[in-house]
Write a protein that binds this ligand. Structure first.
Ligand code: 3EB
Length: 339
């Protein structure tokens, strides 16, 4: 990265991101690297630095995790409902809020989650959000006249605005998926330096969605470019689906939705390149593929293999998870990162 507001990498504690199968990854707690944390998929590893996404793994992938490691020692902390780990340059935080204990509803719960998240960032000295993962039970369920995802958007945006955070241009890369049950779960990566937000010219920015999609727009950018140190730049691509403009295309057709999603992923990669990143390709992406109907997983995998080849990480190391996507008519959503 030469231009933009991503900082010179010399001042960054190098962050490594590796997708590893779960038994192997646990040996990383030894050696000269330190686990900042991880996102685990599948069998919980029962180590406190690896929160696991509570969703069914499809296609029989081995349990795996995206492990984040640094070279500096880690401090662990708790701020409100946030548990976090930081090396002073990067932080990974985890929130699991049980709705049973929160009578005011999901909007208030989301607002509390993000209020505490911002406070935790202050405590750790990592003011810039890079990437957020949101998991909501029953995301398409009705929460007293307003869909639960829309309630979540209300509370999330309120918290951003109340904290003086960028709720529009400059919002973090994110995803928001539905899990059957469990807590409202938020995981986030923050750092000392601001990432460069990237939008998709094929899509209306999500923070500019019209009010037909709910009283508050979702608070996320399509992607973020983060300088990881050691001259490495990560492209974090938000959850990406079959949306063009602001409308869902190909309702009811998971294969056409997958092809449209691939076009959107390519468009985000191209936009990142225009912002000065290396030229990433679809074949460089490490993805998580969220599928609404488990039976659709093999067809989606076949299309990805046709697009990027059997050996690309998007196929060979992909994680397919059963989850609800935030619009009822979306059947598939793909999030990804490349380094
Ligand atoms: C979309 O493009 C699909 O609310 O944080 C993707 C990524 C989606 C993030 C979020 C929602 C979110 O609107 C849904």
């Amino acid at each position: 990265m030469s231009a933009g507001h991503t900082q010179p990498t010399a001042s960054v504690s190098p962050l490594r991101i590796d997708r590893l199968s779960l038994p192997d990854s646990l040996t990383l707690v030894h050696g000269d690297r330190h686990p900042l944390g991880a996102l685990g998929y599948g069998t919980p590893a029962n180590v406190d630095w690896m929160p696991t996404v509570d969703a069914q793994v499809l296609l029989g992938n081995a349990p795996c995790a995206d492990i984040l490691q640094t070279r500096l020692p880690i401090t662990a902390g708790t701020t409100g409902c946030v548990r976090w780990r930081s090396d002073g340059h990067w932080m990974l935080g985890t929130i699991d809020l049980d709705e049973g204990a929160e009578p005011e509803g999901l909007a208030a719960l989301a607002e509390r989650a993000y209020r505490d998240l911002f406070q935790a960032q202050e405590a750790a000295g990592c003011p810039h959000l890079q990437r957020v993962w949101n998991y909501l039970p029953q995301i398409n369920g009705d929460g007293g006249g307003l869909e639960r995802y829309r309630q979540f958007n209300l509370g999330r945006q309120r918290a951003f605005l109340a904290a003086g955070r960028a709720a529009f241009e400059g919002a973090p890369a994110a995803c928001a998926l539905g899990i059957r049950q469990g807590a409202l779960s938020v995981r986030f990566l923050a750092g000392r330096h601001a990432p460069l937000p990237v939008e998709n010219p094929r899509q209306v920015s999500a923070y500019r969605y019209p009010p037909t999609y709910g009283p508050s727009a979702p608070t996320f950018s399509r992607a973020a470019l983060s300088a990881l140190g050691d001259d490495q730049v990560a492209l974090f691509i938000s959850g990406t689906a079959s949306i063009v403009g602001h409308e869902t295309l190909h309702a009811g057709d998971v294969q056409a939705q997958t092809r449209e999603t691939l076009r959107n992923l390519s468009a985000v990669i191209d936009a990142a390149h225009r912002h000065g990143s290396a030229r990433f390709a679809l074949a460089d992406l490490h993805g998580v593929v969220y599928i609404r109907h488990a039976a659709d997983a093999p067809a989606v995998q076949r299309l990805l293999a046709e697009a990027v080849g059997e050996t690309a990480p998007l196929v060979r190391q992909a994680v397919f998870l059963e989850a609800d996507v935030c619009r009822q008519d979306l059947l598939v959503e793909i999030e990804a990162h490349a380094v």
